[in-house]
Design a protein around this ligand. Structure first.
Ligand code: NI
Length: 381
């Protein structure tokens, strides 16, 4: 069995959640050192940076390739899978085990033949699922300590033919905002509703009115989502609660749309609660920024896909999911591409999901072709 597949299956069997990727980071660092790279550990918590300098003449530029290392806090449902998770409540359900193994395979390929001009930084980031790992690496001086002028990332995609590469230009994935709306009334006996201010009825009205934001307040040509995902109260079977809290998640592509969602949410929550004699407080936070692929790096990612895989798909529908790599693309131009994980693959974050090992070498070949494109002897195209 190919070594990259062994790495991938080892990582799959030993998943670690965001900012707790201690064994994963040590595994990555040891392999990078084994290939002869300079290795920095503990970048932004559990992040690892491996640096490979080309041996060809000339200064060249520096670029970065990034993989994510964290797993999800869910339990794998694949009892017959020999490399299934050995940790209850932890699982590589998003394929970050495969991303890490593929980038290690790319580092091994390039280290074996470093006849390019310039520097490659291999970034292994923690806590992608939290949307905090890339910011942690940036706050730890990523761009100052390991300067680079372009950055590339990738993710597997279930439902897409195995090995197909999709490299769209422009906005590809959405921003994610989170909210908590707390409605405060006055609790009391379930049998004496006229003596209370029922926060549940007010919260239910707020949930329905929030649907108007996308349906009736935003330009229909602007993609957006407002989802209430949790309702909690301090009530009991026969006690009307004092408060009800709505939590949820919003997606959009432009800051103006995100700002409009927040403003409408505040207006609706406060006025609907007031109509019920209750009070509302809104906490609105921004977790992920939109992922936007720049023109020149996208063209390079496509050339690399054609060179390594023979073909590339240049566009796909915008996705309302979000990606932490976008924080880096805010600072440095780059491109985030997708590789099909097969049409039969369970979806991401599903308890039966598994990264397809047959993607490892194609992704590594793409990454190698990309480095040779950008750091060719003439400094790239
Ligand atoms: Ni993921």
């Amino acid at each position: 069995m190919d070594e990259a597949t062994l790495w991938r299956r080892h990582l799959h069997a030993h998943p670690e959640a965001g900012f707790a990727e201690h064994a994963t980071a040590a595994f990555v660092a040891e392999r990078l050192e084994g290939f002869g790279l300079e290795v920095a550990r503990g970048v932004g918590g559990t992040g690892v940076v491996g640096t490979l300098r080309g041996q060809a003449r000339g200064e060249g530029r520096a670029i970065a390739l990034r993989a994510d290392m964290d797993a999800l806090c869910q339990t794998e449902a694949a009892p017959d899978r020999p490399w299934r998770s050995t940790v209850p409540g932890r699982m590589h359900a998003c394929g970050h085990d495969g991303h890490t193994a593929a980038l290690l395979a790319a580092a091994r390929r390039l280290a074996a033949r470093p006849d390019f001009s310039g520097t490659v930084h291999f970034l292994f980031q923690p806590a992608e699922e939290h949307g905090q790992g890339m910011q942690a690496m940036l706050d730890d001086g990523l761009l100052e300590r390991f300067p680079f002028s372009e950055a590339y990332g990738f993710h597997n995609m279930p439902g897409l033919e195995r090995g197909t590469c999709v490299a769209p230009e422009g906005p590809v994935m959405a921003a994610e905002d989170n909210f908590e709306v707390t409605i405060t009334g006055r609790g009391g006996h379930a049998a004496r509703p006229h003596m209370v201010i029922d926060p549940i009825v007010a919260a239910a009205a707020v949930v329905l009115e929030l649907q108007q934001i996308v349906a009736r307040r935003l330009d229909p040509s602007e993609p957006a989502v407002v989802s209430v995902t949790e309702v909690t109260t301090n009530g009991l079977r026969n006690v009307i609660p004092d408060w009800a809290r709505l939590s949820g998640d919003c997606r959009s592509f432009r800051p103006e749309v995100s700002a409009a969602i927040e403003a409408e949410m505040r207006r609706i929550a406060l006025s609907v609660a007031a109509a019920h004699g209750a009070a509302a407080e809104v906490v609105y936070t921004r977790s992920f920024v939109p992922t936007v692929n720049a023109a020149a790096p996208t063209a390079a990612a496509r050339r690399a896909a054609r060179a390594a895989l023979g073909t590339v798909t240049e566009s796909c529908p915008r996705m309302m999911t979000s990606e932490d790599f976008a924080r880096l693309l805010e600072r440095v131009p780059g491109c985030f591409v997708f590789f099909g994980n097969g049409t039969e693959s369970p979806p991401l974050h599903n308890a039966a999901f598994d990264f397809d090992d047959r993607l490892l070498e194609p992704i590594a070949a793409w990454a190698e072709a990309l480095v040779r494109d950008r750091l060719g002897l003439d400094g790239g195209v």
